[in-house]
Design a protein around this ligand. Sequence first.
Ligand SMILES: Nc1ncnc2c1ncn2[C@@H]1O[C@H](COP(=O)(O)OP(=O)(O)O)[C@@H](O)[C@H]1O
Ligand SMILES: [Mg+2]
Length: 376
Amino acid sequence: MPNNNVILPPKMIGIIGGGQLGRMMAIAAKYMGYRVAVLDPTADCPAAQVADHHVKTAYDDETGIRKLIEMSAIMTYEFENVDVEAAAMAQQQGKLPQGTAALEVTQNRKREKTVLYESDLPVPNFSVVTNAAECEAALEQMQLPAVLKTLSGGYDGKGQQKVTTKDDIPAACTFADKHNACIVEEWIAFDKEISVVFTRAQSGEVIFFPIGENEHKEQILYKTVVPASISETVYQKAQEAAKVIAEKLNVVGTFAVEMFVKDDAIYLNEMAPRPHNSGHYTIEACNVSQFQQHIRAICGLPLMPVRLLQPAVMVNLLGEEAQTAFSMTSTWQNGFVHFYGKEAAKPKRKMGHITFTDETLAEVHNRFAAYKEETK
Ligand SMILES: Nc1ncnc2c1ncn2[C@@H]1O[C@H](COP(=O)(O)OP(=O)(O)O)[C@@H](O)[C@H]1O
Ligand SMILES: [Mg+2]
């Protein structure tokens, strides 16, 4: 059946943001035959390297945004900290099927937690504080450990302050004063962290990717293992919770919900209105990747039913680590290597990732172990 709202190749897809997520979206789009334009202030940024056009301006530069809107048949963004006004301009032109609602919610932890809480979804206990006195009062009410998080701009553990014992309270109060408003949140002694990555079509259809189990190091994603070893009960709860959010925020495209698992309970932690680091494994381990599915959704194409082809372990390459991994035989022998084309390896910066796959999870772990052994 012909559908007039479908954007077909070789039309131009405009991506706001030129990092690795934009790059992998662009590659998926190019693979299908689309043209790609990227807006990002950095010359030779990861996505610009694989795109047809680079609009090199700040994310909130009106001239830049107008240019991108004009040249694109449809648009998307690769991260949630894009300028909402810029996104709204694209939406008004009928070119941003994702809309701005999910952006506005995920840009701000207070709005994010409030939406989850009001949707009757389980979240860690939290309160919002605006100064040192309120912070102290909130921490007195809460069992320690706890964590303070800034309302906006945080990622990879940035903008967070952990409160392990009473001795940490003064530092927490200083942090609260410095940041105007923060979330104070109970620390969950979780068994596991998981993420539910799914794609929602403009028709409302939701298709899930297999749930991944995430391991963080110093609050940065270190690796994702698929399939996650969680009970059927947790699997169901996690997908149901994600579906509630998908509908509530009228999600279009690929979206991720991070959760903590303790016994058979889940706690929703964070959401991302875009493809997610924990979904990179889908490129090699699934019949369709989170990026391809995202492009399909924003272009109004039907989504593909998702199948896991093989178990997988995805490991991030941060900072200097990437350089070591790059030169090792086992890196290339055992896994699928992705380098994002970033310059200067700043400490902790995500430079690339490797996905290991094999017939069984035990064999995948062996590949990973061999790589670790050579790069240690
Ligand atoms: N309340 C919490 N309880 C336990 N661990 C937490 C909590 N909040 C954050 N963390 C840990 O820190 C990581 C990063 O925190 P998150 O809130 O996801 O922020 P971001 O990913 O934006 O830096 C989480 O994936 C988790 O490992
Ligand atoms: Mg997170």
